[in-house]
Design a protein around this ligand. Structure first.
Ligand code: NAD
Ligand code: MG
Length: 334
């Protein structure tokens, strides 16, 4: 990280040097920037060196894992995400909002001006607290609603609590999921299979049904799918099929709800450095080389997907529905 900071600082300075040099020779350019604006320049960042690359240290946590115990700690945009009022005044519910993609979306939504309710599993309180503080720091409403999504009554109560606390609802992000690696189908018990199906397929079904009466034209439903929907690996027999189901419901529901002005879209991440992977989601062998199989040669960080969740909910994406936006370092589909 230290080297990386030095590299980005050096390239930032080089970039600024180039601006000064151009300005010195070009009076039109000289008038184009004030000194205050120059440090705000959007210097291109090399995606191959921007974030940690494998090999990673061996690590394992009991499910569902905590961000604070990961090494390196994932980047959810805590320090980097800058908003520009793209979701000003909107009201969002995000499942799995304590960590990973859900946390990145929660931070970005708050910085774009939205009030945010997050759901998480009760043992993730520590991670959730950090997210609640980050949302509050933006002056937005931050609502914490812990509970087990495998329970239909809880899913209904979750939506009602979010609607009451936020004073409405117009963005629903079904992001929570269960992923456990199993070398063989014979290792997956009926209980395990059911756990994965309940979390990944039933919970979004229950949540969407409960949310729909509250959603008005302009609302957005977003699901987190995966490259696993298109190119399943041999060790994720149960999980991968839930992601195919997610991609599928996004497309059918988009058709059903388009006439009502409600858009339904999905995000398909590739290998992303999150708690899910270090708490049973990947074998130790895979974890140590996590992301190395992608053309980018490294895993993605949750922060790298935040803008997609924003884009899909924003008014200016009004023609996008039934779409899956990918971010996977060059592998897989879509
Ligand atoms: P994560 O562990 O940070 O987030 C998953 C969250 O799901 C947990 O934080 C937890 O709050 C929630 N959850 C799981 N079971 C629950 C239950 N029974 N009740 C309440 N909450 C529950 O990991 P992540 O990788 O950010 O996962 C977010 C989404 O991204 C998931 O849908 C996952 O399938 C998807 N995804 C992840 C990757 C990856 O490589 N990390 C790749 C593709 C897709
Ligand atoms: Mg978590």
């Amino acid at each position: 990280m230290e080297t990386q900071n030095k590299i980005s600082r050096r390239s930032a300075l080089t970039g600024m040097g180039a601006v000064f040099a151009t300005a010195a020779f070009n009076p039109i350019m000289a008038n184009a920037f004030t000194l205050n604006e120059i440090p705000m320049m959007n210097i291109p960042e090399d995606p191959t060196t921007k974030y940690p690359r494998p090999p990673f240290k061996e690590q394992s946590q009991p499910w569902p894992g905590l961000v604070s115990k990961m090494d390196p700690r994932p980047d959810h945009g805590e320090k980097s995400y800058k908003g520009s009022n793209r979701l000003k005044g909107r009201k969002a519910l995000i499942t799995g909002g304590d960590s990973g993609m859900g946390r990145a979306a929660a931070i970005a939504y708050a910085r774009e001006g939205a009030d945010v309710a997050i759901n998480y599993y009760p043992t993730e309180e520590e991670d959730a607290k950090e997210v609640i503080e980050l949302i509050k720091a933006e002056g937005r409403k931050a609502i914490a609603i812990p509970g087990d999504l495998r329970n239909e009554q809880f899913c209904k109560a979750l939506v009602e609590q979010a609607v009451t606390a936020l004073g409405g609802l117009d963005i629903v992000v079904n992001n929570a999921a269960r992923q456990q690696t199993h070398a063989s189908i014979l290792d997956i018990s009926t209980e395990e299979f059911d756990w994965t199906m309940k979390t990944n397929i039933y919970a979004p079904f229950w949540i969407i049904k409960a949310a729909l009466p509250h959603l008005k034209p302009g609302a957005s439903i977003i699901g987190t799918s995966s490259v696993q929907a298109y190119a399943p690996t041999e060790d994720l027999y149960d999980y991968a099929q839930t992601k195919a189901a997610t991609t599928n419901y996004i497309k059918s529901l988009a058709k059903q709800l388009a006439p009502k002005g409600i858009r339904v879209n999905g995000v398909a991440p590739g290998p992303i450095w999150t708690a899910l992977q270090v708490s049973g989601g990947a074998t130790m062998e895979k974890l140590k080389e996590f992301g190395s199989q992608t053309p980018m040669g490294r895993p993605g960080q949750p922060a790298e997907l935040a803008s997609i969740y924003v884009q899909l909910a924003a008014n200016d994406a009004s023609y996008a529905t039934g779409q899956i936006y990918g971010s996977s370092g060059g592998e897989g589909n879509p």
